[in-house]
Each structure stands twice: as structure tokens, then as C-alpha cells.
Ligand binder design. Sequence first.
Ligand code: F6R
Length: 243
Amino acid sequence: MRITTDADITHLITRAADAIEDLVRDTPDAVLGIATGSTPEPLYAEITARASRGLDLSRLRITCLDEYVGLDARHPQSYRHYIVQHVLEPWGIDPEATVLPTGDSDDPDAAAADFERRILGLGGVDLQILGVGPNGHIAFNEPGSSFSSRTRVVGLTPSTREANSRFFADKAEVPSRAISQGIGTILESRHALMLAFGEGKAPAVRAMLEGPATEDVPASALQKHADVDVYLDDAAASLLADR
Ligand code: F6R
């Protein structure tokens, strides 16, 4: 794991955007795995700015980590909607060139299995963007998830539903289930880029990087990933012993 800390998030976003730009210039039809949530939004905005200055992203293939079960695809909080808004439209990518889970399927288990099959069909993920939940989750793999888990329907913990309720008008609207890439699936990405900003993430960051690799802290599985860059602002890194 390579860990970079900086007081200024802009510097970290530049480094992360450089990794995406290098990949696209080297392999225009690479597979990029998108994380949703607020942390990577400035990264996607930076890539949008580079696209407006001529970076051609049109051949990139896009996948994602997870999707709520039961939200209509057009719901403003569906992850499909997020990806259309922050990635596909501003980067000029054809929605047909994406592999996203169908969260509003009548059969979510079949939709999860289909999502995993289609990720494998892409030949795997070249670069996976990741964020970490305050409880240590990655994607929607909550504490206790097996490190060998594959893409499946998962239940969301009360703390995750609480954390994500900030995006919904009413807490009761936050779905209780999601389709999530498994930890085993995520560990197969060829390169991963983990972003964590803010003191609210500091305990999860310490457990992810300096605690034992344990299923109690899903993100600690990244200690077993072959190629991970971690970008932390000073607040998120504030509880690390080794800074
Ligand atoms: C989203 C995802 C989640 C988030 C995590 C942090 O696709 O997989 O694991 O990365 O919940 O979310 P934010 O960035 O909103 O703090």
C-alpha cells in the first residue's frame, strides 16, 4: 500500500486524477470502477475539467461498486443516477458502455449474480476508486462480511442508513438493502485508489491501515490487495501512529 497524506485535498485530487488520466492515455478503453458518495465528487469534477481541456474519455468503460435495492433507476439517490450525473454525461461516455447493477429488478439476487458476471465479462476492473464508511465498510460490505465474498444482496446496518440519510428527504426512505460487489471481487481489481477525507473517517482509516486485517473492518482487506494507493487528508490521517 502506498499512503499519501496532505493538508490540502486539492493536491490529493490532482494526484488521483493523474492516475486516471495516465490510465486513459495508456489504455483508452480501460475499465474504471466508480465509487459513489461525497468523497470522490471533487475527483470526478477534476476529470470533467480535464475532459473540457481535451482529455478523451469516450472509450472508457465504466462500472461501479454498488446500488440500492428498490430505488427506481431514475431516483435522484440511485447510484445509477449519480453515475450518469457525475461521470457519464460530463465525460461523454455512452451509457451502453457501462456495467451497472439493476437495483430495481424484481429479482435482486439474480441482478447481483448478473452484475458479477458482467464485471468478469469486462475482463475485470483496471482501476477501482474506493471510499470507506465511518464503520469501515467498503462498497456496501458491512462489518462481518467475508473477505472472499462475491457480488450479492446485502443488508445495510443502521449506522450506514443513518450516515446516508443526509442524502434523502426522510430517513425512512433510505433503502435497507443493496447490491454490492463482494470484498473478494474488489480485491481482484488490478489497481485501487482509496480516498478518505475528514476527521469522521479517522477511526476507520486507522483500523483499515494499522489494525489487523479482520472481517470486523471490511476495508482492512485492502492490506491484502496487490496494488493500492491511499490518499488521506490530515484530518482522516490524524489517528495514524505512523505518519
Ligand atoms: C459507495 C460506496 C461506499 C462509500 C462510503 C463513503 O459506492 O461504496 O462504500 O464509498 O460509504 O461514502 P462518502 O464518500 O459519502 O463518505
